[in-house]
Design a protein around this ligand. Structure first.
Ligand SMILES: C[S@@+](CC[C@H](N)C(=O)[O-])C[C@H]1O[C@@H](n2cnc3c(N)ncnc32)[C@H](O)[C@@H]1O
Length: 359
């Protein structure tokens, strides 16, 4: 494991350490009054039951949907931003790393992420996010292609659909090249690196810009006994990587950002325009002569907007660096068998691209 991991502290939701000026809310108070306060920018503290917070948020939603009835893309965006701003004024108090309201969920992240501060105020939506992440972490995600359970760390991207992993697995089982060294960019929950290890790669260098992903994969590697097979680095693309690899793997974000990206999960979904040109330029320097780049991608951007540019096709067209060896596609199966897909995502396909250096 890399040295820089020892000093790595996870990203966590910001909290208020000093008691703010707030109005208390309990079952006797009208939810409309609480909503009025939130909308006027004042803090409201849930003091009795956890479910009181859910009631206030429901009322806030109703109120805002009434004011933002516009169904256009912009209208929906304005609604979401108003909801975000007001809902983050709704607070819960944490004492001894536990929520103090009655009938609240046990959320282990409060202890894991805040070892230095045990008493604070935090917004209700942040707690909802932590609660859901804690449940995923505890329950784990069964990855059938690996035959293992993954326990994703807070704030880390993890797969909920597995078509791209099956595609990668299918390709990896047939791969007969050298398995000395591999690099994975954007390791996330570690899933692709673990697939590489299970298929005979013993020396993987993996990076991610998301600190929590690196911290999480370090823990998972230890738990799975893969610690000696993987070196982790928190940084952009190939930063701190001084090796050349037989295989470079990247499952990048699939959508071009039209907003300023935030650190963390946002960067797992959206990419800035220069991400792919930078990746390809650096990848060419880190690939052994007969090495291969494997990219997992999707036609999702084209499904949403037909005109959108496919960054891998663009690289192959614009530059004379790589040769396309293979392009596999696979239909995306709906996440639940019960949900019949009627939306545009019905045509969604995952893609696996294999590129090699041109001579
Ligand atoms: C779609 S997720 C894939 C995660 C994992 N490899 C998987 O297949 O489930 C993309 C990952 O790339 C990371 N990422 C995005 N931009 C990056 C960059 N410039 N350098 C390194 N990692 C990056 C994100 O933080 C995220 O973990």
């Amino acid at each position: 494991m890399n040295q820089n991991l020892k000093s790595l502290l996870p990203d966590r939701p910001s909290v208020l350490n000093i008691e703010p000026k707030y109005t208390s809310f309990n079952s006797k108070i009208d939810t409309n009054r609480a909503v009025e306060l939130l909308l006027s920018g004042q803090y409201v503290l849930i003091e009795e039951y956890y479910s009181n917070g859910l009631e206030v948020l429901l009322e806030l939603k109703r109120n805002l949907l009434f004011s933002f009835s516009e169904k256009s893309f912009q209208g929906q965006r304005d609604y979401r931003s108003a909801f975000r701003e007001a809902s983050h004024k709704l607070l819960l108090k944490v004492n001894n790393n536990k929520l103090i309201v009655k009938k609240s969920p046990e959320i282990g992240w409060l202890e894991v992420l805040y070892p230095d501060v045990s008493e604070f105020y935090i917004s209700f939506p942040e707690i909802q996010g932590m609660n859901s992440a804690w449940q995923w972490y505890q329950k784990g995600i069964e990855v059938k292609t690996l035959g293992i359970m993954l326990h994703p760390f807070y704030g880390t991207y993890f797969p909920t659909r597995f078509d791209h992993l099956k595609l990668f697995d299918q390709w990896l089982k047939k791969y007969d090249g050298l398995k000395d060294k591999a690099i994975e960019i954007g390791v996330g929950s570690g899933i692709l690196s673990f697939q590489l290890i299970q298929n005979g790669f013993t020396d993987i260098f993996a990076t991610d810009t998301n600190k929590n992903a690196i911290i999480g994969v370090e823990k998972e590697s230890k738990r799975l006994g893969y610690e000696s097979n993987i070196t982790l680095s928190n940084g952009d693309l190939f930063s701190d990587c001084d090796i050349k690899a037989n295989l470079i793997v990247f499952n990048p974000p699939w959508l071009l950002a039209k907003h300023k990206l935030e650190e963390g999960l946002d960067k797992a979904i959206y990419y800035e325009a220069d991400l792919f040109p930078r990746f390809f330029e650096q990848a060419a320097k880190h690939l052994e002569v007969n090495g291969k780049i494997v990219l997992i991608f999707s036609n999702l951007a084209q499904v949403i907007e037909t005109e959108s540019i496919h960054p891998i096709i663009e690289e192959l067209k614009q530059n004379n660096r790589f040769r396309k060896e293979l392009h596999l596609r696979r239909d995306v199966v709906a996440s639940s068998k019960k949900t019949k897909r009627t939306d545009a995502r019905e045509n969604e396909k995952v893609e696996l691209w294999v590129l090699s250096l041109k001579e």
